[in-house]
Design a protein around this ligand. Structure first.
Ligand code: TYM
Length: 331
């Protein structure tokens, strides 16, 4: 089975990214042919600094390798190295409804934040569809906030196949049952995010242990003292989910284990568990980030392998659409 996912090179990676997505990428290597893409082209759709973007790609590559991606067992590459992505994006625009793009939650949220709403921001989900469809991937591991984007890429693939003949694989999302939406520790009605959450409520993967414990100790928990999940108690529910994912157990087991413990000692326990969970990643990251040539080499080799796969799909798509030189004329 082919599994594809993408991650933005912007900002520092937080616990939500780690639990909701990165952890799944690592598992994908066991489950199938894993292809992971650092999406620098997507990052250009909002205001950004070019030099910082280059650095952030390497930060993200080092983070993914530190988390356990192994270039011998997956394809890890930078989107901007494979020109087939923007090309396929353009071709897929012809089977994408303008109205569907207008309905995208992330477009609405992001466009409210910026003075110049770029056309790139509007087309963002089509490029995301191209990322996945170029590889004929069957599965897309993501957090819950990407559900709508994956549904759209399914629609795009179906419409393409209907219009031009069976060509593209219709992918499905893989959203984890627990940990698909990690919330801000200070404002637990909001998801933890690079751009929108509070600094104190966001745990970064590279945070020092003391900062992690401090943030968790001051996490907003609701009134009461029962450690039980409920929609009215988003704060404590969020911490229970984090604990369940890290301990590789069920949320119900966490509730049982900490029954009667009180919020204070539970928060301390979550803090200790998160510190222990992230420590090895932080250590490996420091080592890997120091060798930029090695990181570039991994990305370069990944791009070579990605290009071979994407080229094949593009040749079929172009052929079906009657675009470019006729297939026989291609050397
Ligand atoms: P990005 O870079 O914003 O996020 C990367 C992954 O992290 C997940 N995530 C979370 N999971 C749980 N709790 C949270 N609080 C949380 N915040 C983020 C996201 O769901 C995502 O899986 N558009 C994508 C990147 C992309 C992509 C793709 C993904 C581009 N092309 C093709 C899949 C397939 C994005 O901005 O992710």
């Amino acid at each position: 089975m082919r599994i594809f996912s993408g991650i933005q090179p912007t900002g520092r990676k937080h616990l939500g990214n780690y639990i909701g997505a990165i952890r799944q990428y690592v598992q994908a290597q066991e489950r199938g042919e894993a292809i992971l893409c650092i999406v620098d082209l997507h990052a250009t759709t909002v205001p950004y600094d070019p030099a910082a973007l280059r650095r952030s790609v390497l930060d993200t590559a080092a983070m993914l390798l530190a988390a356990g991606l192994d270039p011998a067992r997956c394809v890890l590459f930078r989107q901007g190295d494979v020109a087939e992505h923007p090309e396929l994006c353009w071709l897929l625009c012809s089977v994408t409804a303008h109205g569907d793009l207008n309905r995208m939650h992330q477009f609405k949220e992001k466009s409210a934040r910026h003075e110049l709403v770029s056309a790139g921001l509007f087309l963002y989900p089509v490029l995301q569809a191209a990322d996945v469809l170029a590889y004929r991937a069957e599965e897309v591991p993501v957090g819950a906030d990407q559900r709508q984007h994956v549904e759209l890429m399914r629609d795009i693939a179906l419409r393409f196949n209907e219009r031009f003949g069976e060509t593209l694989v219709v992918p499905r999302h893989r959203i984890p049952e627990v940990g698909a939406r990690i919330m801000d520790l200070q404002e637990p009605e909001r998801k933890m995010s690079t751009t929108d959450s509070t600094e104190q409520g966001t745990i970064y993967v590279l945070d020092q242990p003391s900062a992690i414990v401090k943030k968790l100790k001051s996490a907003v928990t609701d009134s009461g003292r029962d450690i039980i999940r409920s929609p009215e108690k988003p704060g404590i529910s969020n911490l229970i989910e984090v604990m369940a994912v890290i301990g590789e157990t069920e949320s119900a087991d966490v509730e049982l284990e900490f029954d009667g413990a009180g919020y204070g000692s539970f928060k301390q326990a979550v803090g200790d568990a998160v510190v222990e969970f992230l420590a090895p990643v932080r250590e490996r990251y420091a080592e890997l980030r120091g060798d930029e040539a090695a990181l570039e080499a991994v990305l370069g080799e990944g791009a070579e392998r990605a290009r071979v796969l994407a080229r094949e799909t593009l040749a079929d798509v172009r052929g079906r659409m009657g675009v470019g030189p006729p297939p026989a004329a291609v050397p």
